[in-house]
Design a protein around this ligand. Sequence first.
Ligand code: PLP
Length: 362
Amino acid sequence: MTKRAYNFNAGPAALPLEVLQQAQEQLVDYAGAGMSIMEMSHRSAIYEQVNEETQSLLRELFGIPSNYKVLFLQGGASTQFAMIPMNLLPAGKVGAYVATGSWADKALKEAKLFGETTVVASSEADKFNRIPDLSNVEIPSNAAYLHVTSNETIEGTQYKQFPVTGDIPLIGDMSSDILSRPVDVSQFGLIYAGAQKNLGPSGVTIVIAREDLVQESPKSIATMLRYDTHVKNNSLYNTPPSFSVYLVNLMLKWVQSRGGVAAMEQYNRDKTQLIYDTIDQSGGFYRGFADAGSRSAMNLTFRIHSEELEKQFVKESEANGFVGLKGHRSVGGLRASTYNAVPLESCKALAEFMVDFQKRNG
Ligand code: PLP
């Protein structure tokens, strides 16, 4: 049996063993071609089929309406922080942002380089431990879009519902929770996500955009940074990250074989409940960082009352086969990332380890 770590990395993150094994089987000879998919021309019929099929699978699994384009780009979600205002924020309009944490903040900072921005709601005063209440949020009438970060990977918070924005396009950074739960895509103008947490390896960024928003980009933008370049060329304008797209394809088939996105949501809920219950039943030994109503089902952030014990927790967890439990340096403490591919068994093992650690140190 292949020995696998209990991988709780925040990203790049765990992939299912079955997916890795399939990639291994096909590594040197894809579909009888006598070569690896990564050695093949991206203009070949075989790769074009991978490109098409991966789009169709994502459309089907995520319920993407036919008036939306699916793009496979490079540069990570961080490049989207810039491409969004470059393409969609004209002079005279304002880019509206919800400040929920570290990633929303980066998206906002980047947009400021290209145009006028405004923050319509923020939880900064509470160290970003929750998603602000957006039920009465006021979006300026000259807003080009409203940008939200559906899951804050570092703070461990997640939207339970998205704001209704009427005619103003809603833009969602779903890098750390795409395909972990059903989403009404039609509520969004554009969704983007780096693949390396829930969808596959790093190297490819998924953009799902309503056609009318990406048909015609401003002429002054560099070719590679224009959405219309990639729309017109079906994500094959230049050499695509073909091996990453192929792995996303395998990952999507894996999600499909597990019953689709709604089944993934239930599975993720079962996994995280094991850990959140352990935190809540610890009598204060463990403290969740995020407000209970904003807790993420992907990144579970928690603390122990002493930093010494937190260090010891990380050290002992590593000795017991756990990986990636140290919190991000900006929040401190501990973080378990439980993306789609993290098995229930890993979460069970972590919950047991936490109980045992408390017994020995409580
Ligand atoms: N947005 C969120 C929510 C993230 O978690 C990350 C990475 O962790 C990013 C954006 C940046 O993604 P990338 O590294 O693909 O640029």
